[in-house]
Design a binder for this molecule. Structure first.
Ligand SMILES: NC(=O)c1ccc[n+]([C@@H]2O[C@H](COP(=O)([O-])OP(=O)(O)OC[C@H]3O[C@@H](n4cnc5c(N)ncnc54)[C@H](OP(=O)(O)O)[C@@H]3O)[C@@H](O)[C@H]2O)c1
Length: 243
């Protein structure tokens, strides 16, 4: 059972889709005053409408591009403290080290690692509040097709552990998802996507593909548990222990 997040100010950066949207909906359902922020105004507006249905709290939208230093500084310039902040924003080109163009590799790190870094550097969070970053299973279970993504995820986990010391008494944690059915995979055609989901469901101990709500659940657990900081919570269907 989650604590009552009533009146908590919650920011979900990357809240317009997938894991971030499920997280925004869950916080709103538990009474929080949620702000959904990402780059695309239309996606933000649609997410606000979706998260508002069934909310006990309030939901509003805002625009931010975490790859832009000036935009992140502008976003947090009012200095108003948040209770809980989640960063799930990322757009990461991926591929083999020998094949992925260097510019794409830099862009991937800039989006996911440096994006989270910029937010952590600029945001104000109340004492005892939380910052939760999102990494991914490739940090601990690398794939030869996505070596860089594993390195980015490991860097995200490392910075969260360090920030848990630097920002204390603000708590900083990471959630590491396994394969989750989100719009991230819309880049695949429907047949390839379904076959990837079916393959994961067959091989994972949990015997199903992950849903964004599974990850949102872990994020609310971390935000609502005052003794949790510096931790990485795997939500991977048992992938890390599967053969
Ligand atoms: N889905 C999986 O299987 C999986 C597995 C492991 C890890 N993860 C990680 O989980 C996180 C969330 O993934 P997801 O599956 O929820 O992806 P998603 O559905 O594609 O959502 C990504 C979100 O990030 C926002 N975003 C992207 N770049 C941004 C930027 N520069 N500034 C602000 N917002 C930005 C997008 O909105 P706009 O387009 O409006 O900006 C969108 O709201 C990512 O870090 C991903 O690597 C996902």
């Amino acid at each position: 059972m989650f604590p009552d997040f009533s009146s908590a100010r919650v920011l979900v950066v990357g809240g317009s889709s997938g894991i971030g949207l499920a997280t925004a909906k869950a916080f709103a359902a538990h009474g929080a005053q949620v702000t959904i922020a990402s780059r695309n105004a239309d996606k933000v507006a649609a997410a606000v409408a979706e998260a508002s249905a069934g909310a006990r709290g309030t939901v509003q939208g805002a625009q931010i591009d975490t790859t832009r230093d000036d935009d992140v500084v502008r976003f947090f310039a009012d200095g108003q403290p948040w209770d809980h902040v989640v960063v799930s924003a990322a757009q990461t080109p991926t591929g083999q080290v020998r094949k992925l163009p260097l510019a794409d590799a830099y862009a991937a790190f800039d989006s996911k690692f440096w994006g989270a870094y910029r937010v952590a550097r600029a945001v104000q969070i109340r004492d005892g509040g939380s910052l939760t970053l999102v990494s991914g299973f490739l940090a601990t279970r690398p794939s030869k097709a996505s070596v860089l993504q594993g390195a980015i995820n490991a860097a995200v986990e490392a910075i969260a552990r360090g920030l848990a010391l630097e920002l204390s008494p603000v708590r900083v944690n990471t959630v590491s998802p396994g394969l989750i059915a989100t719009p991230l995979w819309d880049k695949l055609d429907a047949t390839a996507r379904q076959s990837m989901y079916d393959g994961a469901a067959a091989s994972l101990p949990a015997k199903r593909v992950g849903q964004p709500e599974d990850v949102a659940n872990a994020i609310l657990y971390l935000a609502g548990t005052p003794f949790s900081t510096g931790s990485t919570v795997l939500v991977d269907g048992g992938g890390v222990i599967a053969g």
